[in-house]
Design a protein around this ligand. Structure first.
Ligand SMILES: C[S@@+](CC[C@H](N)C(=O)[O-])C[C@H]1O[C@@H](n2cnc3c(N)ncnc32)[C@H](O)[C@@H]1O
Length: 281
């Protein structure tokens, strides 16, 4: 069978290997990119911008099936209704080189920087015109996205899709590493004013993921002026909860768009078959 030219292929550049569940993340971001660019293209905006501060290499290999998947920046670069410009940041030199080669074949006008997301957020946002509308995807490996970086992104009208690793990081590490450190990754992620220590200590273990998610949600709403927040639970292919994708928008229309696209789950159905969230891994 001839390979489909719209599928990624092994081009000899860096291809990070990731958990099979990454395909769920790509499913949701791909659908939102499509809905966002399609429905916003003829509106009043001074351009549509895509920001990806933890961009990866552009192609990922799913560990179990060995399949290749387009990474988030390539999903944005290949969008049928194009973004005005893409802003991509990746810290790892080899991945960034692969990212640059792949993305510039499709969108040579993209702004791609190698370095730390936190250090580059200011200059990226300053380049986006005031009247532009942005979609920012923030997808680190763990609790490495500071609330202060989100504050910078929110200087422009921006819909945010955020990886929030409650099970993959926060609940694995809070007692051993974060509890006694007032400058921990969890404090920087939620914001220094959040008393997560007493909230986690005082609730049932199986409820801790939801407690953290709701604390984060209320911080986003109050600190970032993004009242419209929704979330999608991402699990392993066996159904163990891993993290949330959190969607945030300043406008109700953004939320409706997200809810419309996220209704369709990666298995083709309108709900996941494994929607219990007991915290068992
Ligand atoms: C989960 S991967 C991103 C995957 C990508 N969103 C996709 O769908 O293909 C996270 C990436 O962030 C990069 N990274 C980690 N810390 C970073 C930082 N502080 N600044 C920029 N990139 C970082 C890692 O090298 C890794 O490539």
């Amino acid at each position: 069978m001839m390979p489909d030219p719209s599928d990624p292929h092994d081009d000899g550049l860096c291809i990070p290997e990731v958990g099979e569940h990454s395909k769920y993340k790509h499913h949701f971001i791909a659908r939102y990119i499509h809905a966002f660019t399609t429905s916003m293209k003829n509106q009043k905006w001074a351009g549509l911008y895509y920001i990806d501060l933890f961009a990866g290499a552009g192609i990922e290999r799913l560990r179990t099936s060995r399949k290749l998947d387009w990474g988030s920046p390539m999903l944005a670069a290949r969008s049928k209704d194009p973004f005005t410009r893409l802003y991509l940041c990746e810290r790892d030199a080899e991945k960034c080189d692969a990212l640059r080669q792949r993305v510039t074949q499709v969108r040579p006008d993209s702004h791609i920087v190698q370095g730390d997301a936190e250090n580059h957020a200011e200059s990226i946002v300053a380049d986006v015109p005031m009247g532009g509308l942005s979609l920012a995807f923030l997808d680190p490996y763990g609790l490495h996205l500071k609330l202060s970086t989100l504050r910078v992104l929110c200087r422009r009208r921006t819909d945010l899709v955020i990886f929030f690793p409650d099970r993959m990081d926060a609940l694995r590490n809070w007692a051993a590493y974060y509890f006694d450190n007032p400058d921990s990754n969890l404090d920087n992620c939620l914001g220094a004013d959040v008393d997560w220590r007493s909230r986690l200590g005082g609730c049932l273990p199986e409820k801790r993921g939801e407690v953290l998610r709701d604390l984060y949600k209320s911080q986003i709403q109050s600190q970032l002026n993004c009242p419209y927040v929704d979330f999608e639970r991402i699990k392993t292919i066996k159904g163990a909860p891993l993290y949330y994708l959190i969607f945030c928008s300043r406008h109700q229309f953004g939320l409706k768009l997200w809810q419309g696209t996220s209704r369709k789950k990666p298995n083709g159905q309108s709900t996941f078959s494994f929607d219990d969230d007991t915290g068992q891994e």
